[in-house]
Ligand binder design. Structure first.
Ligand code: SF4
Length: 272
């Protein structure tokens, strides 16, 4: 079984979840069968317990970039600003340009530095600091926590769900990033024209609560290794993809090597 990569939004080497075993047996949905297969290929883990504010910062840095680009930015941010006092208070008072320089490797650093400073200031103003924010994320009603996170400027559904999962340890949360959005619709376990929220709803209703977390991280790994945006492995034949038996290949036609977004496959009979 593969190890979860250290450069990973779930927390890297010291926070990438803990090994867990989940009930084997007959999956009740195809989405659950997919997650079970990913669990056999990669890892079965439970997540939670990361401090909420650093988790929020880490996830903001990961927006629109790869984990290999954002992890060094996060490490540099902690090196410069995590002095053992309240990180939210420290970042709320940080010089924005210095912060932007510090996180440059993550890309969009001006925008991300603004979001981080403003979010830190909001958390200090509303919660008093990072510890109280952490308590709220871990103990608050999940819907209320999600809504509050979404109220923070620059925090979208994926970021909010990653904080709920990796800090709050909330079951039944299946964050949808670009890999999950693409793969779930290609597989046919979410509607081809579903947006990110539609894919999230489809997966969270079809995958058991305890399997959603590693379903998210393992599906991202699967996207990197097999079901990439432009060259899904099955273009080389079904034997090239370990999930071929579970997949509708919506938008993928190995015969013609044509790959389109699943939402566009409805216009092309051969790709449905
Ligand atoms: S069969 Fe093709 S489209 Fe389906 S999961 Fe595998 S690589 Fe992706």
């Amino acid at each position: 079984m593969s190890e979860e990569p250290a450069e990973n939004v779930s927390g890297g080497a010291d926070g990438g979840g803990v090994e867990a075993e989940f009930a084997a047996g007959a999956p009740e949905t195809r989405a659950e069968a997919v997650v079970d297969a990913l669990g056999d290929m990669y890892w079965q883990k439970a997540y939670g317990g990361r401090d909420a504010f650093p988790c929020l910062v880490r996830t903001i840095l990961s927006q629109n970039t790869s984990d290999t680009a954002s992890q060094p930015a996060f490490d540099a941010l902690l090196d410069r600003y995590d002095d053992g006092t309240d990180l939210a208070a420290t970042l709320a008072a940080a010089d924005r340009e210095t912060l932007a320089d510090t996180i440059a490797s993550a890309g969009l650093y001006n925008q991300k530095s603004r979001v981080i400073v403003d979010a830190a200031a909001e958390i200090v103003a509303d919660f008093g600091g990072a510890d109280a924010f952490d308590d709220f994320v871990r103990e608050g009603d999940p819907d209320a926590v999600r809504d509050r996170l979404l109220d923070i400027h620059g925090v979208g559904p994926k970021t909010a769900d990653c904080v709920l999962l990796f800090s709050g340890g909330r079951g039944g949360v299946f964050p949808v990033d670009t890999h999950v959005h693409r793969i779930a619709r290609r597989l046919g376990v979410a509607p081809p024209d579903a947006d990110h929220e539609g894919v999230r709803e489809a997966l969270e209703s079809a995958v058991p609560t305890e399997k959603c977390g590693f379903g998210h991280t393992a599906m991202i790994q699967f996207g990197r290794e097999y079901c990439s945006a432009r060259t899904p492995a099955c273009l080389d034949g079904p034997e090239a993809c370990p999930l071929a038996d579970l997949c509708d290949r919506v938008g993928v036609d190995p015969a013609s090597a044509v790959v389109v977004d699943p939402a566009d496959a409805a216009d092309r009979d051969e790709l449905r």
